[in-house]
Design a protein around this ligand. Structure first.
Ligand code: ZN
Ligand code: ZN
Length: 212
């Protein structure tokens, strides 16, 4: 059975003057999915990539097909830039976001690669919601043209592993103190480079290595 939306679409298409109606429908104002009441306004995020922006929270909505089109037209995928510290103030309210186009609850995807925020993606219309400065932060690292990859399980598995490692590191810092943790990490790295690692470890663990 056809959904009521599909039925409505058929009715619109069957009517004379269908095209102007569709244009009107597309041009209807869309509210910010975070602020709810603030209307999104058209902006140019990049040359040939238009988006909608919220003047209140500075978030951006990129429709799925516009992003894909831009990816295709945009020159070769830019290599990731590493060792670039993130200094832009990010909003990341962490609240659930509903797609402003089709109302689906959006899925939060980890960015990873040293960036700790998430990007909201709609699995229905493939649209993308970015909170304040997230596009800028991605662009600084040349990850703005990798959003399509970010939404794959392969990318997410890596990002989850990275997030787990970060949480564990924080626990060790709390437990040992930052200086001792840095030192034990250095010793561990040094041990890993040795062929007689086991012997060295036995020496370290021995209560009295001179007692034979
Ligand atoms: Zn907003
Ligand atoms: Zn959607």
């Amino acid at each position: 059975m056809l959904s009521s939306r599909a039925t409505k679409q058929i009715l619109i298409n069957a009517r004379p003057g269908a095209i102007p109606n569709l244009i009107n429908h597309r041009a209807s104002p869309m509210n910010c999915p975070v602020c709810k009441t603030s209307e999104l306004i058209s902006t140019e995020l990049e040359p040939k990539l238009s988006a909608l922006q919220c003047a209140a929270c500075d978030g951006h909505w990129i429709s799925g097909n516009k992003y894909w089109q831009w990816l295709e037209e945009h020159s070769a995928n830019l290599p990731e830039r590493v060792h670039e510290d993130e200094t832009l103030p990010l909003a990341e309210p962490g609240k659930p976001v509903d797609c402003p186009e089709c109302r689906f609850r959006m899925v939060k995807y980890l960015v990873g690669r040293g960036l700790t925020f998430t990007v909201d993606h709609c699995q229905g219309c493939k649209g993308i919601w970015l909170d304040r400065n997230e596009w800028g932060a991605l662009k600084k690292r040349n990850l703005h043209d990798d959003l399509n990859l970010m939404f794959t399980s392969f990318w997410q598995t890596g990002a989850e592993r990275e997030a787990r490692k970060k949480r564990m590191e924080q626990r060790y810092v709390t437990r040992f103190g930052a200086d001792d943790y840095a030192e034990i990490k250095r010793i561990r790295w040094w041990l890993d480079t040795k062929v007689n690692r086991e012997e060295l470890l036995a020496y370290l663990m021995d209560k009295d290595p001179f007692d034979v």
